[in-house]
Design a binder for this molecule. Structure first.
Ligand code: AVJ
Length: 320
């Protein structure tokens, strides 16, 4: 059975985009939040990124999930798997297999901002896992955690290293809100990318085929389409730098010439100087000690810490 709860109406999404674009493009330096990359084309470009030779996180995390899904099932005996930012739910199948084969799983609750991605993923999972109830939630994982259905004990999976898109203060309230919605004894499964040599990190975000550059510029296309803006997308270049102090990758779009951009739907006229950079994403990288400190602060107890064979990526399990 498939059921979908919609907590994000198209109206809510349109308003959020307007507010983010107004705030970010009026600020100095300019910024835009990464969630607006993911329209249909952006989601496709991201899937393409996950197959790039330079982009190791997806493969590394899949390796860990494949090796550890059985253990995760045995430790947690979860009845419900909640996946935050589920996207295509492709890696989730490894977890579903482990939990189902262990015999405790009754429902899968994917939560995503994209209703189309959620419906597609829910239908596909429903077809392949007939004994599992799929109860999708269209929502924002920073705002709709209180709406999570499902039989306890639940395991909330937040995979792919998406936690790295949040700045430390946002991570703190995010972990706290997950802890607040879980009952004592329930679980959090976290995928986090690890600090490594800067050349490997930068290559993962500045691939030679230019797919990440297209993904980055896609946010301008989204604003052109949704808000009637006239960004000359080709007048921006993709920049990915390693910020060694903050231990995060920062993606920027750099204006190659001075320009004005009109955004009629929000009555905004934005000026770019030649060389001016617009920040579009941070992707923080972690040390085990840092992850442990943050989760401990939110009130979680560590249950397991795993990495891939090359120790590039971590998957860790926490109990509320
Ligand atoms: C989906 C957020 C995990 O930060 O690595 C990939 C997004 N950005 N290449 C990441 C992304 C540029 C990705 N996450």
């Amino acid at each position: 059975m498939t059921l979908i709860d919609v907590h994000l109406t198209p109206d809510y999404v349109a308003r959020a985009l307007r507010e983010d674009v107004r705030a970010g493009l009026s600020a100095t330096p300019k910024w835009l939040p990464p969630k607006w990359f993911y329209d249909a084309r952006g989601s496709e470009l991201f899937e393409e990124i996950t197959r790039l030779p330079e982009y190791y996180p997806t493969r590394a995390e899949r390796e860990i999930l494949r090796a550890r899904a059985g253990e995760i099932a045995e430790i947690t005996k979860a009845h419900t798997l909640v996946e935050l930012g589920s996207g295509s739910s492709e890696k989730t199948r490894l977890l579903l297999d482990g939990l189902r084969d262990h015999g405790t799983l009754t429902s899968f609750v994917p939560l995503d901002v994209s209703e189309s991605a959620l419906r597609e993923a829910s239908d596909a999972i429903n077809a392949d896992y007939p004994t599992i109830d799929v109860h999708g939630v269209v929502g924002d994982f920073t705002a709709h955690l209180d709406k999570l259905p499902g039989d306890p004990p639940r395991i909330v999976a937040f995979l792919g290293g998406t936690i790295g898109n949040l700045i430390p203060a946002e991570r703190e309230s995010f972990f706290q809100s997950i802890r607040d919605v879980l009952e004592p004894g329930e679980w959090l499964l976290l995928g986090a990318d690890l600090v490594k040599d800067p050349a490997t990190l930068v290559a993962a975000y500045d691939d030679s085929a230019g797919v990440t550059a297209e993904f980055n510029k896609n946010v301008l296309r989204v604003i052109n389409r949704q808000l009637g803006a006239d960004f000359d997308v080709d007048a921006f270049e993709h920049v990915a730098i390693w910020d060694a102090d903050n231990e995060w990758i920062e993606m920027h779009l750099r204006a190659t010439r001075a320009m004005h951009v009109l955004i009629p739907e929000i009555h905004l006229d934005v000026t770019f100087a030649a060389g001016e950079e617009l920040s579009t994403e941070i992707s923080a990288k972690f040390h085990r000690s840092g992850v442990e400190a943050e989760l401990d602060k939110a009130g979680f107890t560590p249950a397991a810490w795993w990495t891939d064979g090359e120790a590039r990526f971590s998957l860790s399990l926490w109990q509320a």
